[in-house]
Design a protein around this ligand. Structure first.
Ligand code: 48F
Length: 259
């Protein structure tokens, strides 16, 4: 077979453009492809909802690759084990109820499982603003990470979504944008982001699931951003709460969109 360089280019441009055009009006837009966002995307896609994830980095996986302090192992508690099993992620029980995984296998399996379930992922695209109509977030404003990094003055593009998940981790970037642009309107005690508290795995892992909820009409938090918005502790390299929170956000949104 003779290879034509231009056919290679055409294949990439044609296919990617179709993907983006197909993502302009969707059910759920996920911001951030860490463990919480990927898990949410998997379960939403499995439920048949048209779901698209935007990740500003080149790689998907957020803070999971490096395990704890660059030791590439992750710890999961008993409650999250069924999710690991569902993704086919192998575990080693270190002690009663403490399961170890290889962080590289964990990230790649979450990513592969989510894509195969139907999740569309765009990497290298960041979310820099939200679209708000009648006091409801109705979409996201996107730009290339490269544009932002180069500080180029180039306007973004917009997509419409029935629901948005802020799974941007510690910075809770979508929540921060809402507060910055329209004031103390979050569904927290003060209307602001309450900010994450010091490390406490036991409490953090529990509250992260409790804090997985709607924070502004149309916007839900999952993963570390849930504790950052509602003032829960961080929890370091135990990751079960991220998967449980991602799954919970998918359940809440599916129920809401169903009516
Ligand atoms: O930080 P991240 O892994 O969030 P998570 O899913 O998991 C948290 C854990 O990794 C760890 C922890 C466990 O104890 O606390 O930190 O809650 O992934 C967040 C992803 O969101 C991307 C970011 O690059 C990362 O991959 N992200 C952040 N802001 C934006 C974004 C944005 N504005 N647009 C697109 N992607």
């Amino acid at each position: 077979m003779q290879l034509d360089d231009v056919i290679i280019s055409r294949a990439i441009i044609d296919s990617w453009t179709k993907d983006l055009l197909d993502s302009l009006e969707i059910d759920v837009a996920i911001v951030g492809g860490g463990p919480a966002g990927l898990t949410a995307g998997y379960y939403l896609s499995k439920k048949g909802l048209k779901t698209v994830l935007f990740e500003r980095n080149l790689s998907i996986g957020g803070g999971m690759w490096g395990g704890g302090m660059m030791y590439n192992k992750c710890v999961f508690q008993q409650e999250s084990k069924p999710i690991l099993d569902e993704f086919g992620i192998r575990t080693e029980e270190y002690q009663d109820g403490y399961f170890l995984t290889n962080s590289l296998e964990t990230v790649t399996s979450l990513c592969s499982g989510a894509i195969k379930a139907g999740l569309k992922i765009f990497n290298l695209i960041g979310v820099e603003d939200v679209m708000i109509r009648q006091e409801q977030v109705t979409g996201l404003v996107l730009n290339w990470t490269a544009v932002t990094m180069a500080k180029l003055h180039i306007d973004p593009l917009t997509i419409r979504a029935k629901a948005v998940i802020d799974s941007t981790g510690h910075a809770a970037e979508v929540a921060a944008i809402i507060v910055r642009k329209i004031g103390k309107k979050l569904l927290t005690e003060t209307g602001e982001m309450l900010g994450e508290k010091p490390m406490w795995a036991e409490v953090g892992e529990r509250t992260i699931v409790e804090n997985t909820k709607e924070i502004y009409p149309g916007v839900f938090v999952a993963g570390m951003s849930a504790n950052a918005v509602f003032g829960g502790p961080r929890m370091g390299p135990i990751f079960g709460g991220m998967l449980l929170s991602g799954k919970r956000s998918a359940e809440i949104i599916a129920a809401k969109l169903a009516g």
